[in-house]
Design a binder for this molecule. Structure first.
Ligand SMILES: [Cu+2]
Length: 153
């Protein structure tokens, strides 16, 4: 039979897990700013392929096509730009939605075109921090509630 102390410890662990997974995080106030990126598009990659901004930032991306015509389409924001070879084309938008969004080439540029993908990170990665906190909680629960081998029940 399980002791009441163990049962209440499990209940506490489940409640703490619920709070970590679903409680709204405190807002860290970061003043919106202008963010300017230069992204080189070549077959079949964006350089840099990851850009990170904060929610509310005004984002300008200068897309430079180095070999053939390339485009850049940001999923979730529905904005795109096309750059001719050797030319730079600019795209501007305000990053109002938090999350991770794919940047895809919008021009069929060759056989590996579908793999020409980058990422736009807007705001902090809450999912990652919640997952890390839950993993830490599970480790603490496992260490404190699992009886040690040889210990009498
Ligand atoms: Cu392409």
């Amino acid at each position: 039979m399980r002791r009441p102390r163990t049962a209440s410890a499990w209940l506490l662990a489940v409640l703490a897990g619920g709070v970590l997974a679903f409680a709204p995080l405190p807002r860290t106030h970061v003043a919106p700013t202008q963010r300017h990126f230069r992204i080189e598009a070549s077959s079949f990659r964006f350089t840099p392929s990851n850009v990170a901004v904060n929610v509310g930032d005004s984002v300008t991306i200068d897309l430079v096509a180095t070999d053939v015509v390339h485009g850049l389409y940001v999923d979730g924001y529905d904005v795109k730009v096309t750059a001719d070879p050797g030319r730079t084309a600019s795209l501007a938008f305000v990053a109002q939605r938090a999350g991770m969004f794919r940047m895809r080439c919008s021009i069929t540029c060759g056989s590996l075109h579908p793999f020409m993908i980058g990422k736009l990170h807007v705001g902090r990665n809450e999912l990652l921090w919640r997952a890390a906190a839950l993993a830490l909680l599970m480790c603490v629960v496992a260490l404190t509630l699992t009886p040690l081998r040889g210990r009498r029940p």
